[in-house]
Design a binder for this molecule. Sequence first.
Ligand code: AN0
Ligand code: CP
Length: 316
Amino acid sequence: MKNFTSILQLGNINEAVRKAEYVKANPFADQELGRNRTLLMLFFNSSLRTRLSTQKAAMNLGMNVMVLDVNQGAWKLETERGVVMDGDRPEHLLEAIPVMGCYCDVIGVRSFAKFESKADDYGEKILEQFIKYSGKPVFSMEAATRHPLQTFADIITIEEYRKKERPKVVMTWAPHPKALPQAVPNSFAEGMQMTGYEFVITHPHGYELDPKFVGNAKVEYDQDKALEGADFVYAKNWSAYEGENYGKVLSMDRSWTVDSRKMALTDNAYFMHCLPVRRNMIVTDDVIESPQSIVIPEAANRVVSAQTVLKELLKG
Ligand code: AN0
Ligand code: CP
């Protein structure tokens, strides 16, 4: 694999999950693969899980790891070509990227949607420049439109917990005070198309996602109806995608918060969330603390997903 920016690049999802199971059972089996090879992780945005799990994955593979927080300690980067750089940004991405490429063998990039231009966000303007100018394999640690390492960990987790051949997975929007990207829900929906699961998306009117990611998933505006008989409830907030409302918070309606009454509509479903999660906005304390909550094993599988992907990138 040359780069990893979408879960679709894994090809057959069942084979990818089998590779992940091998990695999970044999975390130190491939230490030679990463020996004397360096991972650079570059963060334009905050992270807890991605930062730690990807570093751990790389160390399991025998790699050296460097981490750079662009907004803390590095020069502020100009990202627009053609601007007169007389402002507060002393360095341009067009020099910074190839320079960073000289210092490492693989680059991970976290660069969220900025909500300034939908075309730039959905064109993955920042990530694409890393692919074009770094000269090294690049992977997404959540970019503007997708979070494929999260989606892969989510699918690995569902495969571990599912009791049915074809579980019903419901992705529900839930309220949040700040505008969040669509990357996690886009990517999860994209991943669900690779599985044989029954997949339903539920959200208030106005929160429709890009049809490209929704695919042939069922969209049900009545959350209670959507949750009926669910085996997995995947909660997430996202901001509006459509038209003028792109990047806006349209609702903070806490009747969408996942609580025990809603979980009672399901078939004793497992509760999932990528984290970080705002309690009593997205999900109530009792639901996230219940035995059906699998958010911690889901986060633990981020090491497995990152290590499986890094292996493929190191193999080339
Ligand atoms: C981010 C998001 O919703 O995309 C990262 C989630 C993994 N969440 C926040 O910024 C709170
Ligand atoms: N789920 C996830 O990517 O978490 P972080 O933002 O903490 O990396």
